[in-house]
Design a binder for this molecule. Structure first.
Ligand SMILES: [Zn+2]
Ligand SMILES: [Zn+2]
Length: 170
């Protein structure tokens, strides 16, 4: 879904995207429908503000206990789209200031809405996904899922694989 900057009317352009073909189903396991709403607003001849909202459920494996779980993914986001004429240098980053908004530089006054949506899905995924803050994970000795039950391993704080080696040598 590509929108030319010139197609955006003065009052902005609102799109409700029910087509799910943009979703990266190969990389992210979805367990429900995905709905996206996008609002495009001209901020200048070469600048467009894109505000959007994505709503979906995905399935992940917990990084601690390895069990699958579902997570609501999405929320609101905004992206600043800037068209830079070919040949002109890209604006220099303004220091390390943390910006609330992502800026995307385009080589044509044209935005691929599906590209932006896909990017937002990957931004929304954390590096480590855990099923709950209280997830106890797997026992480092026997591999039992400690959310489901206790194992018989001693709970000393300084357990390491070398302890097992030491006990085997005895
Ligand atoms: Zn877990
Ligand atoms: Zn154990």
């Amino acid at each position: 879904l590509k929108i030319q900057f010139s197609e955006i009317p003065a009052g902005g352009l609102r799109l409700e995207i029910k087509d799910e073909s943009w979703f990266p189903d190969h990389e992210v396991a979805r367990v429900g429908p995905v709905v996206a709403i996008v609002f495009l607003e001209k901020k200048g001849a070469a600048r467009v503000l894109l505000e959007g909202e994505i709503e979906t459920m995905i399935s992940l494996n917990c990084d601690r206990c390895l069990e699958p779980f579902s997570k609501q993914l999405g929320g609101e986001f905004s992206v600043d789209l800037e068209y830079i004429e070919p040949g002109l240098p890209l604006p220099v980053e303004h220091g390390c200031s943390v910006s609330e908004m992502d800026t995307v530089f385009l080589s044509k006054p044209l935005v691929d809405i599906y590209d932006v949506l896909r990017q937002q899905i990957f931004f929304a995924l954390a590096v480590k996904e855990i099923c709950s803050e209280n997830c106890r994970g797997l026992c480092p000795r026997c591999g039992v899922n400690l959310n489901k039950g206790e194992c018989r391993c001693p709970r000393d704080s300084k357990s390491s694989p070398f302890d097992i080696l030491a006990s085997l040598k005895k």
